[in-house]
Design a protein. Sequence first.
Length: 383
Amino acid sequence: MAEQMRYRASCEYEPDWVNDIFDGHIYCNLCHTKIEVDGQQLPSNYFSDPHDIALGLSTDGFAPFQRQKTTAWPIIIYNFNLPPDIRFHHQYILCLGVVPGPKKPKDFDSFLWPAVEEFLTLVLGTRAYDALVHKLFLLCAHLILIGGDIPAISMVMRMKGHNGLSPCRMCKIKGLRIPNSRATTHYVPLDRQRHPDVVNAPADTTVAKYDPADLPLRQHDEILEMGRQVQHASTNAEAERLAKEYGVKGVPVLSFIRSVQFPWSFPFDFMHLIFENLVPNLIQLWTHDFKDLGSADNPFVIRPTVWQAVGAATASCGPTIPYSFCSHPQNIATDKSQCTADAWSFWLQYIAPVILENRFTEDKYYWHFVDLVKLVRTYMPSV
């Protein structure tokens, strides 16, 4: 185990490649940053000692019983010092505790605070024994990444979330209400020049079009200052107004950990974005079941009888696929809700490119899907 824990120290930075978290800018920046405790800088940088441990935290709600509305929230720690092929295995994951249900925690920071106290202690270090050289050393550990789906991260960061006026944790793009609708949720089109709220607003008070390559990004100090303004508001109404405008509801307890940088330490995760959202939504679009978009005659819609055949073909693949590759594929036409993120990942990359060929009335939609598969494989080189 002591040898496996040396993996982080053995990694060599390659500027043109991102092979692991240690090639990312968060870790690299910390390696050139002095450790700060109570406003005072220590003489050493983060991760200057080969024993230093890089940690990740994750949380998400899960339903332990058949009633899907009853949830609990585990708080999990990942040890990034271990090699990537084992660090997420069950025996190496640390579960700090489980926030009980039955509903989402109202004050998640109150449950997280004991862990934050431990993180603050580990910045200074605690005595440990190195079994490789038979010596005592000062063991330090630093939290650098926090993972979860968008609702979970919004809760941890104390932000409004993806339906709010300022829905993005990475940038300051503003949401818009659906015209002539009672819906209270917002959506975020890049081009909003024809939206009634933009047309009727003064030109200097709103953005008519956002450049996706040059969005107004959030900054660490700015997020914390917004949180302080909300917390120090003179009235509840003022606090709610500021929280709605900023998308920030207060100062998160994780801001006391100096190795955590808002918002960059809270990246969007591939599993939720692609395999639990994009792929199921794409299938809903193909089967004419996505937010009443288009009509059954659209060339990207697959006929029901054809889609039933696609589902049956997917299920029939099971006997020929080794179990080490994935679990037995479900019939995605009849048992779509039973598909896990792992199942969608395998279906997208290895089954769908074969069984979807010649299924669309226009081939361009198939080849557009193939381009998506190539992109996914590019960013998942180990699969």
